[in-house]
Ligand binder design. Structure first.
Ligand SMILES: *[C@@H]1O[C@H](CO)[C@@H](O)[C@H](O)[C@H]1NC(C)=O
Ligand SMILES: *[C@@H]1O[C@H](CO)[C@@H](O)[C@H](O)[C@H]1NC(C)=O
Length: 379
């Protein structure tokens, strides 16, 4: 029985160092990038109160711009336990316009062994240039993993992470002060083949024409946004919490991609991440890309993937070996947030930023999806 586990409150420094890795990396040449297993803390709601109906008066901005770069983030002080509890508290918006705020408690279940720090010491391999690929043809668009990318009616991208849930960026719904206009009747669009008005009798199966596809929309029933985003308003801490979870009114009936705790950049296969989104400059196209991670903080991954604003909210994924299941598995380890201009010694550099799924965020998003922390123990 697992019930002998105890709940213990811990301070944040302990939470940060719970970023421990139980799986060690063998140094053999036939090394397979393997999903580390993380000890995930428990996040449970403690108190939910009703708030006023929101105004929905913000303009949807598809991109977040922050002047705080990697060194700025790295030098900002660690939040206290109370602050983290506050950032991970969240607002829920219902399709009938009502809104609640939920305070959470954060616990560590003790009783397990504290894993060894299995830091990989492999050199990062250098790959070539960054490229984007438009994905054409229903054979690709309707198949995993591309079929998990969906479009939000506010213009962003989201990813299917459960039977009824879509992960996206918070800024697609809320500008940090207020909900955006389109959040009131938020819908999620699924690319489907356009069956009726094709040429009669013709086969569309192998057609590369993206105009043969159209979006079919499902309404969103409720939306969760962490308070870390609402308080931060896209400043340096705000970007760390630029994620939101949408619950659809009905199941989408497609395969979805699980979320996972983000490994460190060095542990990623080739030091690389992947994501697909509905970039504005290629309307109606799903655009796929991959690129190297250049830098990271506890909460963010910095990369120079080419991306246009509509791609924000895309799930950033990697494919690694899942030892327990004895197979390769893709998981979403972050959410593409936007752009940062970083002034390094007078020469502005530009980065794209993805919010990492940390053990705490994993616990929170998983609880939002399942409503049961017991299902959220293995990140
Ligand atoms: C809106 O929906 C939520 C969840 O279904 C419910 O708890 C709440 O009472 C509803 N509010 C109104 C004003 O109907
Ligand atoms: C349409 O596709 C089917 C099976 O893929 C094939 O048997 C048939 O000949 C095709 N028809 C035309 C008009 O190309």
């Amino acid at each position: 029985m697992r019930e002998r586990s105890r709940f213990t409150m811990v301070g944040l420094p302990v939470l940060v160092f719970l970023w421990t890795i139980k799986g060690a990396f063998p140094a053999h040449s036939h090394w397979k990038p393997t999903w580390p297993s993380y000890r995930v803390p428990v996040i449970v709601p403690q108190l939910t109160v009703n708030l006023d109906k929101p105004q929905f008066d913000a303009e949807a901005k598809l991109e977040v711009v922050s002047p705080c770069g990697p060194s700025c983030h790295k030098s900002s002080p660690l939040p206290t336990y109370e602050e983290v509890k506050d950032y991970l508290s969240y607002e829920t918006l219902y399709s009938n316009g009502s809104r609640t705020e939920t305070e959470v408690g954060i616990y560590i279940i003790t009783g397990g062994s504290t894993g060894a720090q299995g830091r990989s010491r492999r050199k990062r391999q250098i790959y070539g240039y960054d490229t984007r690929f438009s994905i054409f043809g229903k054979d690709f668009l309707l198949n995993y993993p591309f079929s998990t990318s969906v479009k939000l009616s506010t213009g962003c991208t989201g990813t299917l992470v459960a039977e009824k849930h879509v992960l996206t960026a918070a800024h697609c719904i809320h500008d940090g002060k207020s909900y955006v206009k389109g959040a009131k009747k938020l819908r999620v669009g699924f690319l489907r083949p356009r069956l009726k008005d094709g040429i009669k009798g013709a086969n569309v199966s192998s057609s590369p024409d993206p105009h043969k596809m159209k979006f079919q929309w499902i309404r969103v029933k409720r939306t969760h946004v962490p308070k870390g985003w609402i308080k931060g308003n896209a400043n340096d801490i705000g970007m760390d919490y630029d994620y939101a979870l949408l619950e659809l009114k009905k199941p989408h009936k497609r395969k979805f991609m699980k979320i996972g705790v983000s490994p460190t950049a060095k542990q990623l296969p080739g030091g690389r991440i992947h994501f697909s989104g509905y970039d504005n400059d290629r309307p109606g196209n799903l655009v796929y890309r991959f690129c190297d991670v250049r830098d990271e903080t506890y909460d963010l991954l910095y990369q120079q993937c080419d991306a246009q604003p509509g791609a924000s909210g895309s799930g950033v994924y990697v494919r690694m070996w899942k030892r327990q299941n004895n197979k390769w598995e893709r998981k979403i380890i972050g959410i593409f947030s936007g752009h940062q201009w970083v002034d390094t010694n007078g020469s502005p550099q530009d980065f794209n930023v993805a919010v990492r799924i940390t053990p705490l965020k994993y616990a929170q998003i998983c609880y939002w999806i399942t409503g049961n922390y017991q299902h959220c123990r293995d990140g």
